[in-house]
Design a protein around this ligand. Structure first.
Ligand SMILES: Nc1ncnc2c1ncn2[C@@H]1O[C@H](COP(=O)(O)OP(=O)(O)O)[C@@H](O)[C@H]1O
Ligand SMILES: [Mg+2]
Length: 395
């Protein structure tokens, strides 16, 4: 089984690359080799490839020079950086440890040393590197106005309010027509383009400062309030952005634009779950089918997709359950009741449905989706809230 770890090596010699590559891959960790000649783009490359630690080969010619490694340590504050030298001298070891190197590894590396470091790294990162942190939940509509934003906002608020130990974010990536800011009464600090526009130097501290806190405990980032060209964003920006987002939050709900381009594809592929919001009309269903065949073409698994049958009314439906299944062939489907008054009222007050219309059918339907997400995330069924739940020891 893979360890889930990715180790980067910044190398000078091909032999070093081969030696480390063989051991690291043999220990079932991911291995990314980057030549030190990449210089200025090394830091970006390390982030882009999702490395959990980096080993940097030092300059062994003449006097051992560690300035290159020292610079990288300060540019990669969130990642453990190891130095590697053929015969590391005491001076160089001292200097590197003082500036924060995790350790100095002799070249050629021994399997034993690397094995020990990998298991240390894994313990430091928690029992399962990706299990709890950075779960990406994307919400996309199959036709504009189907209810994607309504659902993204409400499940995000719900999850944040349900488990205060989880750090939950809602990010509006609909950079042209995003409307998260209309649904939540929040004093906004920044918008998503502020983060994407400087993705290469984005880190946890900077990103945290851009997020605005909602009463529910949710951290949110709205879209800009003017139309932004989709080509202002690149997939490299998005990759880096997602890395930081995943490091910073446990659950991330993304409100996506309905646009098919490189960067949106990057997000869809990186998503742990995709909620596709539909309504029961033939035109909406047709677009949903197009979206499904696109998902297949880029290798997105059906099991990651949930169809959200929004504005559901038991009567008056022109489209049946069977028609939806026959057209989309997706097993996971959830229903959300039609309740125009509740949605408009909650929007007008800038508050989530769970607060504005707590006992409504729509609020319960949304809560059920949030429960399912939490259950998947924590692997445990949640007890009913209320007196009984508290009496038997939760909260
Ligand atoms: N379950 C629902 N019941 C009633 N009205 C809804 C429901 N979901 C969405 N709406 C209505 O549809 C409008 C558009 O929803 P929105 O979430 O902005 O769609 P999208 O993000 O898919 O474009 C909302 O302003 C609201 O009036
Ligand atoms: Mg929307």
């Amino acid at each position: 089984m893979s360890t889930g770890l990715v180790i980067g090596l910044i190398y000078r010699n091909e032999t070093t690359k081969a030696q480390f590559g063989q051991i690291v891959t043999g220990l079932k960790a991911g291995f990314v080799a980057l030549p030190y000649t990449l210089n200025g783009s090394l830091v970006t490359k390390v982030h882009e490839s999702g490395c959990h630690a980096v080993i940097v080969e030092g300059n062994d010619e003449g006097e051992q020079d560690s300035s290159h490694i020292e610079a990288l340590i300060s540019e990669l504050p969130d990642i453990p950086v190891y130095a590697a030298f053929r015969e590391p001298g005491v001076d160089v070891i001292r200097r590197l440890m003082r500036v924060g190197a995790r350790d100095v590894i002799p070249i050629p590396p021994s399997e034993e040393d690397l094995k020990r470091e990998l298991s240390r790294l894994k313990t430091g990162l928690g029992p399962d590197v990706d299990a709890r942190k950075g779960r990406i939940i994307s919400v996309i509509n199959s036709k504009s106005g189907s209810g994607a934003t309504t659902i993204a906002v409400n499940i995000a608020c719900d999850i944040a309010a349900m488990d205060e130990d989880l750090k939950v974010a809602l990010i509006d990536l609909d950079i042209q027509f995003g409307s998260v800011s209309l649904y939540l009464d929040v004093k906004w600090q920044a918008n998503v383009m502020d983060a994407l526009g400087q993705a290469s130097r984005l880190d946890k501290t900077m990103f945290n400062a851009m997020m605005s806190r909602h009463d529910s405990g949710l951290y949110a980032l709205p879209a800009p309030n003017k139309i932004t060209r989709l080509d202002r964003v690149s997939s490299a920006d998005v990759k880096k952005f997602l890395d930081v987002v995943k490091q910073t939050f446990d659950v991330v709900v993304l409100d996506l634009p309905k646009a098919i381009n490189d960067w949106n594809e990057e997000i869809l592929k990186a998503s742990d779950s995709i909620y596709v919001v539909i309504q029961r009309s033939l035109a909406v269903l047709r677009d949903a089918r197009l979206l499904m065949s696109y998902f297949h073409s880029v290798g997105i698994d059906d099991s990651d997709i949930t169809i959200v049958d929004n504005r559901y009314r038991s009567k008056h439906s022109t489209v049946t359950d069977k028609q939806i299944y026959d057209t989309l062939k997706i097993e996971n489907m959830v229903r959300i009741a039609n309740d125009y008054d509740a949605v408009m009222g909650s929007q007008d007050h800038g508050m989530p449905l769970s607060k504005h219309a707590k006992h409504s059918r729509i609020s319960k339907d949304i809560h059920q989706i949030s429960e399912n997400i939490l259950e998947e995330l924590t692997g445990e069924k949640r007890e009913q809230a209320g007196l009984l739940g508290r009496l038997i020891g939760r909260h």
